[in-house]
Design a protein around this ligand. Sequence first.
Ligand SMILES: C[S@@+](CC[C@H](N)C(=O)[O-])C[C@H]1O[C@@H](n2cnc3c(N)ncnc32)[C@H](O)[C@@H]1O
Length: 406
Amino acid sequence: MVLADVLSNTGPADAKLGSFFRQHRELGNKERGWIAESVYGVLRRKSFLTYVAASEDPRRLLVAWLVRIQGSSLRELDELLNKQQKEWAQAIKAKPTEDLSLAVQADLPEWLWQRLSAQYGEEDALAIARSMHKAASLDLRVNLIKSNRDEVLARFASEKAAAEATPYAPTGIRLPQRMSINRHPFFTDGKIEVQDEGSQLLALLVAPRRGEMIADFCAGAGGKSLALGALMRNTGRLYAFDVSEKRLHNLGQRLKRSGLSNLHSQVISSENDSKLKRLNGKFDRVLVDAPCSGLGTLRRNPDLKWKQTAEDVAELTAKQGAILARAARLVKAGGKLVYATCSLLAEENEQLVEAFLAAHPQFKLLNAGEILAQQQVKLDTGHYLKLLPNKHETDGFFAAVFELTT
Ligand SMILES: C[S@@+](CC[C@H](N)C(=O)[O-])C[C@H]1O[C@@H](n2cnc3c(N)ncnc32)[C@H](O)[C@@H]1O
């Protein structure tokens, strides 16, 4: 059972589902959609479902998801369930839930609930956690090298797809329901890319200008690199670094569609790779989209909340500090450095930035709200950019912008 495999926490849920579907080519789109929805549905509400099912057995959790989250009636399930499962369903339906702990209501492991509630307060932490019980919308970025938002919106309207402009990012389009976009002609032509509005805003915060030298230090599969390249209108030079050859290879595929020719990707062995030496002090802007706990992306990756531990976070913060310190040396005098994560935890965000500033007095913190205003984005979350799924309908993101003053 693929759900049991995913719940075993031995690898990323999306990879496991992908391999399950490759082994079961007989399954149609509708069945695949249902399987993915139920697996992700159980992962999102695992604490609550374990409570009402009084068990961690994957089959019982699935019945609990049907009864308590999907709201299926026992009559509707009559043909689907065997005798024993019907008994589970009855008990699950009758189970009272007035006494749920806040961690179970948030559907977070205890350690994570403790941290988030200490940081945001119980009410806000619960609102944030609950907003991530839902699946994310499908956000697209229009590639201004090849199209514009009006053209793409008109095309979706002609296809009766409920697409709308995203509230903050000027190139964003939101489709409330997930749909398969990979074969859409606008996608294959490179007119649109899949990208959360939060990521689009991060590229705007880097604010690259035509002709500049830009580095995307943790480029991965290049979501932000491609957005940066488009903002540079294909001028200047953009370096995409990463330690993962596989991710940079995926960037290569996306690059072909994008029409960009200013992007140069480079695998590095670590942040201390000697290849970086000759580039010290050369960049106008450097983005560090650091490897992080990913706890702001639980709408898409609900498995992360059950996988990450407090020890993992401590290890990550050490890595983030080392990467940021090395990337900082690439910045030229007067240049900008942007540190970003998709985490909600202060130790990966504000605390990390404060430690960086204390150790690097030559950098000063700039106001993210002001930079976005200069980019015509009406979103002011103060000195730091802090996006929250319950407030902004994006993934949770954090970013800080520094300027090298000497
Ligand atoms: C948050 S992801 C980047 C996502 C990417 N920027 C995007 O928009 O799609 C973090 C990336 O950091 C990379 N990474 C991990 N350690 C690194 C290091 N020491 N130096 C550079 N990149 C590193 C990972 O391989 C991963 O691709």
